[in-house]
Structure formats: C-alpha cells, structure tokens
Design a protein around this ligand. Sequence first.
Ligand code: IPM
Ligand code: MN
Length: 353
Amino acid sequence: MLKIAVIPGDGTGPEVINEGLKVLNATSQKTGFKYETQVYDFGGERFKRTGEILPDSVLHELKQFDAIYLGAIGHPDVKPGILEKGILLKLRFELDQYINLRPVKLYPGVETPLKDKGPEDIDFVVVRENTEGLYTGSGGFLKKGTPDEVALQTSINTRKGVERCIRYAYEYTRKRNKSKTLTLCGKTNVLTYAFDLWERVFYEVGDKYYPDIKKDYAHVDATCMWMVKNPEWFDVIVTDNMFGDIITDLGAMIQGGMGIASGGNINPDGVSMFEPIGGSAPKYTGKNLINPMASISAAQMMLSILGEEKASQIMENAIVKVLSTKLKSLQAGKMGYSTTEVGDLVCEEIVKV
Ligand code: IPM
Ligand code: MN
C-alpha cells in the first residue's frame, strides 16, 4: 500500500491535483497497485487564516509517507519568498530531496517554439542539485539601508552534496540508456571555486565508475544557446541548484510550456515529492481553464520513481494519446477542453487499455 501525502496548495494547485488524483485512481483500478492519500492544506490560505506555514510536527508526519504530491505554492496576498521558502524549499531541505529531476520531452502533437524541431530532437533530462548552491539562505546584510550597504548571498557546494548529485546523474544516464551522454552544465571560466569542485568530481567519479558514459561539459550560457539551437545534443544534463532552476524554465518552454512541465524532488533513500512546475497561476484560479497535464505527468513520474513502472507507462501512453489527438493547445483556456475534461480524457484512455 503506497502512502501518498497530497498538498494541493495555492491558486490552481487544487484543480490540477484533483485531475492527477482522478487519473491515479483510474490507473490503480487498471493495474491493481494500491494506495491511500492524506490531504494537507498548507499554502497561502492557511497561512493567512492561522499564521501557520509548515509546523515541525507535520514535517515529522510527512516523513512517514512514500511520496508527496504537490500542487503549487505561492499566493498573491503573501509577500514572495515566505511560502516558497517556508513550504517548498523547507520540504526539499528537510526531507533531503537532493535531486530535482526535470524531464524535457516534447510529446507528439505538442507545439514547440523551436523552428524545425520535433519530438525526436527534444528529449533530455535535467538533474538539478536541490539542497545546496545559492538556495541555502547563507549570507546576510551589512549596514543595511545605508549607502555603504553590503548584501552577500553565498553559494554553498559541499564535496558530499556535489558528489551524490553527480553519482545520481551518472546512474540515471546509464539507466536511461539513450546516447549515454552526461553533460555537466557549469561556469568554470568565472565561478572558479564552485565549478572547479563540480568539474573535478564529475571527471573523478565518471572516469572511475562510469567509463561507459560519455562526458561532456558546457557553460551555462552556452547550454541555453544549445538548448535552443541543438537540443538533440543532450541526453542528461547535471547542474547546480540555481543554474538548474533557470535552464529548466527554458526547458519547459521548448517542450510546450508550463502546461506540461513537471518535476520530481527526489531523495533516493527517503520521501520524494512530485509537482507540476508552473506555479499557482492565480488569475486562472477556480475557472476550470488551467491545463492539468503537468500535474498528471508529475503523478506519472511519482509512480515511476515508486517502482510502479507498468502503471507509469500506461499513464504516459494515455497522456501522449490525449496530447496528440485531442488538445488544441497546451495553454490555459485554449485547450478546447476544460481542466476537468482533460482529466476525464486521460482516464478514458486508461480504461480502454
Ligand atoms: C522551481 C521554482 C522554485 C525554485 C521557487 C518557487 C522557490 O521556481 O521549483 O523551479 O526556485 O526552485
Ligand atoms: Mn523555477
């Protein structure tokens, strides 16, 4: 019995999570895997009502689950940073979800802004370090508010943190078994300490344990360029937290936008968390217009990471079918169907299998 904690969150989060749960249910009836869910109402509304963000007792409770399924965090009435840091980043750090796994896959029938590129060209995965770098909150102000003010924001890169991320990326590349190429995305020409460490670990670990994997390096700016010009060159990209954040938004756009992009916050030995990466999209809240595919995709990735490969495959096939034969666009309000109808369409495909 899989135990799944559900945090629908803010804005359109609850709407897209509902569709994901609907599809999860249809899939479980088809393939027989058993699961139970428990819903937690953390997010902007609860914060406004009670002042509570994420109590430690709940954090402790969440550690008992097999996975967390998250909608979106971010509320227009709450100052940016409070909920993101207090919920999303806190969960990533406290549950030691040290990998942020973001597939960039253009499905058939989905439009990409890249001219002359198709599904055979856009199919790679970004392995983003998820607990270190510029995200640790290390830094501070000196003489704040004065003309002599100093603001420091330090990128923390530990040997242990870098190595476990790089090892995961190598393992993933091997298992994925596509062109067996792992690209380190960094900035060794300027960030000569942080990426010196990354580069050394990348080749040390790679040469010793992964001789079968081709190793490549690209600066982050060049990575952006190649992702647009020659996305077919990439198989798996490994990078730090900040660069990973940035390049995966670019990745989301070339795979058809936020309507389809999902990610997993992975602790290979603990509790992982799966989410659509598009945010809470407050202006669409409650309108039944938002695209739930990213959230459905996140649920599919959750099943795959939990070892339910068959169920995950059935779900992905259904997603592909609906994307290629039904949806007019992936944009909210332009799909030709409502949010709930898109969920229904995916369920229909699953029932048919
Ligand atoms: C993401 C988001 C988060 C991040 C924000 C909401 C803190 O942009 O998951 O990519 O920067 O990691
Ligand atoms: Mn981001």
